[in-house]
Ligand binder design. Structure first.
Ligand SMILES: Cc1cc2nc3c(=O)[nH]c(=O)nc-3n(C[C@H](O)[C@H](O)[C@H](O)COP(=O)(O)O)c2cc1C
Length: 224
């Protein structure tokens, strides 16, 4: 059973769900399998399909993975922001505060999340040229987003997080993943959503991001 959503509704209402995750309702394995089947319809460079999806539902593994999420949190927030990043993040009032509020809620309940999905890709890009990075990341991230869309269509919610990153080696060990061969690409909490009504997000307007024929900036920063 999927929700009655048009393609445009699905694309515009698949939100980062943190506060409306139903921690008490298990997610059937068959639904996750369907999402993976749809995810693997995504494109990959040379059709190499080097993707993997690690799904964690077992109690002890969930606890270990949730611990990694919590320990990674303070380590993931240190990236420097440019002035324009800050301007974009706050283009709509209190959007940053809402993200952090949601994240605090998720962190407080992370041990109750019924499933974690950790996608990985064969081949590491540590120190690789940008072209190679683009090929590798571009061969897993579309599939991850497809997974999230497929989940939303089934009444499930996810949040893209990069909690796999800071402690990747330790997480790989817990999951039995050969770290030298596989990069873990994201860390998605997965649960049924509480209610299924989600709205399109407010984003910075199109004129700040759409460029026709050449790079011309039209008010795309704080002082433009
Ligand atoms: C690359 C990437 C990393 C993200 N990392 C986190 C994260 O570590 N924790 C989190 O709660 N949300 C994370 N998010 C979710 C974003 O905060 C979210 O997509 C954004 O605030 C917009 O919200 P929306 O997707 O509901 O419109 C991440 C999203 C992306 C694409």
């Amino acid at each position: 059973m999927t929700l009655d959503l048009t393609p445009d509704q699905l694309l515009s209402t698949t939100r980062a769900v943190r506060k409306r995750l139903d921690f008490d309702r298990p997610v059937p394995r068959s639904l996750i399998e369907e999402c993976v089947d749809l995810a693997t319809q995504a494109p990959t460079g040379r059709n190499r399909q080097r993707w993997h999806f690690l799904v964690v539902t077992e109690e002890a593994q969930r606890r270990a993975v949730a611990d990694i999420f919590l320990r990674a949190l303070p380590l993931t927030t240190g990236h420097p922001l440019t002035e324009r990043d800050a301007w974009r993040m706050n283009y709509h009032a209190d959007s940053t505060e809402r993200v952090f509020d949601g994240l605090r809620h998720l962190a407080a309940h992370i041990h109750r999340v019924p499933a974690f999905v950790i996608p990985g890709v064969e081949g590491r890009t540590d120190g690789a040229p940008v072209a190679e990075q683009a090929g590798t990341w571009g061969s897993i991230l579309p599939a991850v987003w497809s997974f999230m869309l497929a989940a939303r269509a089934r009444g499930l919610g996810t949040t893209w997080t990069t909690a796999q990153g800071p402690l990747e080696r330790e997480l790989a060990e817990i999951l039995g993943v050969p770290h030298d061969d596989i990069m873990l690409a994201a860390f998605l909490p997965l649960a049924y959503t509480i209610g299924t009504d989600f709205r399109p997000a407010r984003r910075i307007p199109r004129e700040h991001v759409l460029h026709w024929d050449r790079w011309e900036q039209h008010g795309s920063g704080p002082d433009r």
